[in-house]
Design a protein around this ligand. Structure first.
Ligand code: ATR
Length: 278
């Protein structure tokens, strides 16, 4: 049996945990496959995509900074991925390149697992309106979220995202708020199902805390999309909030990628173990 080839393109990509996680799933299901780290300079994105196809890759994950630019080189894009302008999984089917976004699904599953909260009918506040919020927001409106509140330093970016999301699903109520309107935000946060930290603030250990702690109340459900335990999560936990970092999202986006590629149910628990060990 020939070996199937998969991988992840990004810049930098050497710290990715995806190879360990995906190989645990291939091994568990007895699939003869490899999953490579493929460092890809932004200037080389087009040629790398061409090389992956000619080398017979069946699919690959896409991470920062290529999630938007990869779209130019794909043939078919899943609707939610097109709306968010973000693709994190590519599948090669009969020579055609298909683009998917599985990050929002990953966040949905993480929220379900951690807080037992469904997206359908829920109210969510995204702190940030960049690529991460866009990917999750498109999935959430598609999944029937009742309400989404977008809070962003650059208000025009939040407004542009609101418009794109509402064109996709007008049934979700979407509002935009300024991050310095603390009194209004405190009241809003009391009414939402989950607050989702989706800015890049917190990626570096000496970053400030993105969401002012005075806005958080006891028993609030808070997700930080950053994979490690940020200072925000540590402080929120001390205040009695229910917190979860981005590892659950990473796990489930990977599981969905695996299912898109193989058509088989992902062995999520094996992947979870690999992620925590790796
Ligand atoms: P993208 O994910 O689209 O590449 P980004 O520039 O990495 O975007 O920023 C992601 C999010 O983090 C955005 O919401 C961004 O806010 P702006 O739209 O105002 O730039 C937010 N962000 C990044 N640095 C920030 C900071 N120092 N303070 C507040 N928000 C910040």
């Amino acid at each position: 049996m020939t070996k199937s080839k998969y991988g992840i393109i990004g810049w930098p990509v050497k710290h990715s945990r995806s190879p360990h996680m995906q190989m645990s799933a291939f091994n568990k299901l007895g699939i003869n496959a490899q999953y490579d780290l493929i460092p890809t300079n932004p200037n080389d994105l087009k040629s790398t995509v061409g090389n992956l196809v000619s080398e017979g890759y069946s699919g690959w994950n896409v991470t920062v900074p290529h999630k938007t630019n990869i779209i130019d080189y794909l043939d078919e894009i899943q609707t939610a991925a097109r709306v968010s302008g973000s693709v994190n999984a590519v599948s090669v089917r009969n020579g055609k390149l298909w683009g998917f976004s599985t990050d929002g699904y990953g966040l949905e599953m993480s929220i379900k697992e951690s807080f037992d909260i469904n997206i359908e009918g829920g109210k969510f506040l995204f702190w940030g309106s960049g690529g991460a919020a866009a990917a999750a927001g498109a999935h959430f409106v598609n999944a029937g979220a009742a309400e989404i509140i977008l809070v962003n330093r650059t208000i025009s970016k939040a407004q542009a995202l609101k418009q794109r999301l509402n064109e996709f699903n007008a049934d979700t109520k979407i509002t935009v708020e300024q991050p310095d309107q603390h009194a209004a935000l405190k009241t809003l946060i009391e009414r939402v199902s989950v607050v989702i930290q989706s800015t890049s603030v917190g990626l570096n250990v000496d970053d400030p805390i993105s969401i002012p702690l005075e806005l958080l109340g006891e028993s609030l459900c808070l997700v930080d999309m950053i994979y490690s335990e940020t200072t925000l999560l540590k402080e929120a936990k001390k205040m009695g909030c229910n917190v979860v970092d981005g590892k659950g999202m990473l796990l489930h986006q990977g599981a969905k990628s695996f299912e898109i590629w193989t058509g088989k149910t992902a062995p999520v628990d094996v992947m979870r173990q690999a992620l925590s060990a790796g």
